[in-house]
Design a protein around this ligand. Structure first.
Ligand SMILES: [Zn+2]
Length: 93
């Protein structure tokens, strides 16, 4: 997780997200580096955080097309995510 004056950016959403999220009041963007559970397993918890914080807009989620396919298959409720498909080389994979 990166937090600076202007933005909070999550790098992957792990299954520890619920614990991390207790101190977060805003999340500007998420980057998902790959589609394993260690990187995307917290997406349902992210949705709960998003609903609880009444975030007005979906969160920009930067990911590869391959990762986008996996999360669409694995999770039905993704209204908290605004996919921003990015070339895989962005993540160095
Ligand atoms: Zn992994």
């Amino acid at each position: 997780m990166l937090i600076c004056d202007r933005a909070t950016v999550l790098i992957d959403v792990t299954r520890d997200f619920a614990a991390q999220a207790e101190r977060l009041t805003r999340i500007e963007a998420v980057a998902l580096t790959h589609a394993h559970r260690d990187a995307i397993g917290g997406l349902p918890a992210l949705r709960r955080w998003w609903l609880a914080n009444r975030a007005p807009e979906p969160i920009d989620v930067f990911l590869s097309e391959a990762t986008a396919r996996v999360i669409r298959t694995r999770y039905r409720r993704l209204e908290h995510c605004r996919p921003r498909v990015t070339p895989p080389e962005t993540f160095g994979t």
